[in-house]
Design a protein around this ligand. Structure first.
Ligand SMILES: [Mg+2]
Length: 376
């Protein structure tokens, strides 16, 4: 327990590139196929021997961050800024990290999370407590359906439903639009009337595909369609929003608080997908969530496909603390075939239990990190 003003001096910052296998490939809009995860682990060691851990997924089509670029950002810039500094000044260091480089929100998020973990472990308090405490007792957790056929989407939805999931996301902009409309009704039937059902195009729809899709699924009870068009296409999104019976959500477009405000003011979106890798960290995402709530936007708090239980612990804690989580939590570590902690986090009955213990509350397995270390 921290009981005096002794600084928590940062001795060493290490950026470790990791590649992890997925249990099965996930298809996404625009023809992307994910069968493995590339993710950056940041290890911050203090002079007193305590270690804090952070993580951020590489996301070339979302943040522009590549694994090699993220390692370089930490080695050449962000890590150097931190060495010799007092981690107890975490908030100030977070501001300095944000200003140290343009972009590079992924590596900034990994460093920010490692600082939170280190400070939490030092003080003997959880990330939830560092963020001001929980405002809810449970978080609704999403499962992704991204299969080549409607039959596989429906079968997978059935398996998830049996495990207690009540929140489903269809990856769209992948199949023919008729099949995607059919999948929405078929999954709604399996999921039941009370479940939340939504769809995410990951920028992969044409205007014609999007217009036919939202008209076709009008009676399937979709909570929202996420990111139909390219990240900068505010005009197209607004044109769709004017007549769409399905509310729209921004993800790839919502890379800053300013962008969230602009898109909400334009009337293009009813909600926003928040990720620490886009906003540059846990503290920045908390600020974005407060702004989104103030603007009346629904919030989905999410990981990129796929981050290990280290980053997942970060968003689970955050999910208990942000003011509004109307569109639920989307952790991704349960899609991985290998993890980096001794007791991997997993959803339980369609929710995500809050990890216990100081900092992130996960026991990082350094031998697993060494095993999955990427050769760049
Ligand atoms: Mg998305």
């Amino acid at each position: 327990m921290h009981t005096d003003a002794t600084p928590l001096t940062i001795h060493r910052v290490e950026a470790i590139p990791v590649v992890l296998p997925l249990k099965k490939p996930i298809l996404m809009g625009g023809g992307q196929k994910f069968d493995r995860s590339q993710t950056l682990i940041v290890r911050i060691e203090a002079a007193n021997g305590l270690v804090g851990w952070g993580e951020a997924s590489a996301a070339p089509t979302m943040t522009g961050d590549t694994l090699a670029g993220m390692v370089a950002a930490v080695d050449a810039h962000l890590g150097r800024l931190l060495v010799g500094r007092d981690a107890m000044t975490r908030a100030r260091l977070g501001r300095e990290l944000a200003r140290a480089m343009i972009g590079n929100t992924g590596p900034k998020a990994a460093c920010d999370l490692a600082l939170f973990d280190l400070v939490g472990r030092h003080l003997g308090v959880s990330l939830t407590e560092l963020l001001g405490g929980a405002v809810r007792d449970s978080v609704l957790t999403m499962c992704l359906l991204g299969n080549p056929s409607v039959e596989e989407d429906v079968a997978e939805a059935g398996r998830y439903h049996a495990q207690g999931y009540r929140f489903f996301k269809l990856k769209v902009g992948v199949k023919r639009v008729e099949e995607e409309i059919e999948a929405a009704f078929a999954v709604r039937k399996v999921a039941g009337a009370q479940a939340i059902l939504c769809a995410d195009a990951n920028m992969g729809m044409s205007m014609e595909h999007a217009r036919r899709y939202v008209a076709g699924v009008a009676d399937a009870g979709l909570a929202f369609l996420e990111q139909p068009f390219r990240d900068a296409d505010l005009a197209g999104t607004l044109a769709l929003a004017r007549t769409s019976p399905v509310p729209l959500c921004a993800d790839e477009s919502a890379h800053s608080i300013e962008a969230i405000v602009d898109w909400q003011r334009a009337g293009a979106i009813a909600g926003v997908n928040l990720k620490t890798i886009k906003l540059g960290g846990t503290a920045a995402t908390l600020r974005a969530a407060v702004v989104a709530d103030t603007l009346g936007l629904a919030v989905d708090l999410a990981s990129k496909i796929a981050e290990s239980s280290i980053a997942t612990a970060g968003i689970v804690h955050l999910g208990y603390c942000i003011p509004n989580l109307d569109w639920g939590l989307s952790p991704t570590s349960h899609y991985l075939a290998a993890d980096l902690v001794r007791a991997p986090l997993a959803p339980v009955q369609g929710g995500s239990p809050r990890p216990a213990g100081p900092g992130l509350g996960v026991d990082v397995d350094e031998s697993a990190i060494a095993r999955h270390r990427a050769k760049l």
